[in-house]
Design a binder for this molecule. Structure first.
Ligand SMILES: NC(=O)CC[C@H](N)C(=O)O
Length: 441
């Protein structure tokens, strides 16, 4: 079949367009996106793409779609994300390993991808499911079209699928496993069988996304994007150890912006080694993919750290903390994935609009006395934050680092820094007291 590449025949798309309102104009030529379509030319063949992929869900439903990105066959849990923007951050969030992300916003791809919006070193998700793939990209930071990016990263994508109908099914029946395939040789029965024999529950997915050896992190939020400039740049700095369960880079950037020096360590790093580093008493437990009850070794690590230094947990880190404190996690019906979840901070009474991405939650009824539920999700009343003041522990089920999403919860990093500050003050006071007692003796 002969194929021919041609440029979209409207001049505005192929020419670089300057935007007078853009904060920075396009610079070098790789930043100018030229979108081209490939269409088949031949006898009786339609000059547009027809369905060439199938998504088969474990409930037996079959969804014909058009593929973009990589081809092949992939299995994963289908989750829907209600964010309107931020698909590149979502694609590079390691917490989506083992999952297909279905975007409920029907129009995806219009801003292409850029160098700056990466949340990790690669894409770990199983694939992307969208309604409509934008035929052009238009953004001053764009370096590539979404489809080309997915091909390079070997990630499957499908479009022209009824994302509203799938979302309603997930909301009604709960999360479903699906198989996405561009392989015509596989029968529907075979694909259904794969989806029904795979399960995301009980699998350790964090070992596949964590770093292999410790590393130092120094990048902070770039000045151009800083929404909460540090008023005291010469102030105290704190050494934080960050467990990498699939950590998003923006957690590290926000910590660095709050003057933290960060050592990132692998998920299996022993607590004893962490305490040997003598961090400023601080360990941060990151987000990460899969079932929090399937990684008992990480819960053990947290148990060995609790009470010795202040601890801050985010998402998977929050779920591990909940278990280390004696609580239990459970799988939610279809989870929370989006940039508009209202959460109430029970300590202040304020409502925050938050970025969320999780399928599991901590059951507060299983937590021991002394553990305080500090935040609740206002959509379903689930536990969205915990504190255990006697052990200097804070945690959030959602994403204070946003990326993508609103910045309402950024104060959580400041609260964590304040915990470290208090710890340091206390330690200095006891040192002074000990020195005074020694000189008196
Ligand atoms: N973003 C995360 O850390 C997700 C945590 C966990 N994998 C869940 O789905 O609940």
């Amino acid at each position: 079949m002969a194929t021919k590449a041609f440029s979209v025949p409207f001049a505005d798309v192929t020419n670089s367009v300057s935007f007078p309102f853009a904060p920075k104009p396009p610079t070098a030529s790789p930043r100018h996106c030229v979108f081209s379509l490939t269409c088949s030319a031949g006898k009786g063949e339609r000059p547009w793409k027809t369905s060439d992929a199938r998504l088969v869900l474990q409930d037996g439903s079959i969804w014909n779609a058009k593929s973009f990105g990589a081809s092949g066959t992939q299995v994963g849990e289908v989750v829907f994300n209600t964010s309107l923007t931020g698909y590149q951050e979502i694609l590079t969030d390691p917490s989506y390993a083992g999952q297909f992300v279905l975007m409920t916003n029907p129009h995806i791809g219009n801003t292409g991808v850029n160098f700056d919006d990466e949340e990790s070193r690669r894409c770990f998700l199983s694939g992307l499911v969208i309604r409509s793939l934008s035929i052009s990209t238009s953004n001053w930071r764009c370096v590539k079209a979404l489809g080309d990016y997915l091909v390079e990263r070997n990630i499957m994508g499908i479009y022209d699928v009824d994302t509203r109908a799938i979302t309603r099914r997930l909301r009604q029946d709960g999360s479903l496993i699906g198989v996405l395939s561009t392989d015509n040789s596989k029968t529907e029965q075979e694909l259904l069988q794969i989806s029904q024999s795979w399960n995301i529950v009980g699998i350790d997915l964090i070992s596949g996304v964590s770093c292999m050896s410790p590393l130092e992190w120094i990048d902070k939020t770039e000045d151009e994007w800083e929404f909460h400039p540090n008023k005291d740049p010469a102030g105290e700095t704190f050494h934080v150890v960050a467990y990498d369960f699939g950590i998003k880079h923006n957690i590290l950037r926000r910590l660095a912006s709050y003057r933290c020096k960060i050592t990132v360590v692998p998920s299996t790093w022993p607590a004893s080694e962490t305490l040997k580093i003598k961090p400023d008493g601080v360990i941060i437990l990151s987000n990460g993919p899969g079932d929090p009850s399937a990684i008992p070794y990480a819960v053990e690590t947290v148990k060995n750290i609790l009470g010795k230094v202040p601890v801050f947990g985010i998402c998977m880190g929050h779920q591990l903390l909940g278990q280390a404190l004696g609580g239990k996690t459970f799988k939610m019906k279809f989870g929370h994935h989006g940039g508009n979840h209202p959460v109430r901070n029970l300590r202040t009474g304020h409502v925050e609009i938050s970025a969320q991405n999780h399928n599991y939650a901590v059951d507060p009824a299983t937590l021991p006395k002394g553990v305080e539920v500090t935040h609740i999700n206002l959509n379903d009343g689930s536990c969205a934050g915990l504190a255990f003041p006697s052990q200097r522990v804070l945690s959030l089920q959602y994403h204070p680092e946003a990326s993508p999403g609103p910045h309402d919860s950024d104060y959580a990093f400041r609260e964590f820094v304040q915990l470290m500050m208090q710890d340091r003050k206390k330690a200095n006071k006891s040192l002074k007291l000990a020195a005074a007692q020694a000189s008196d003796a």
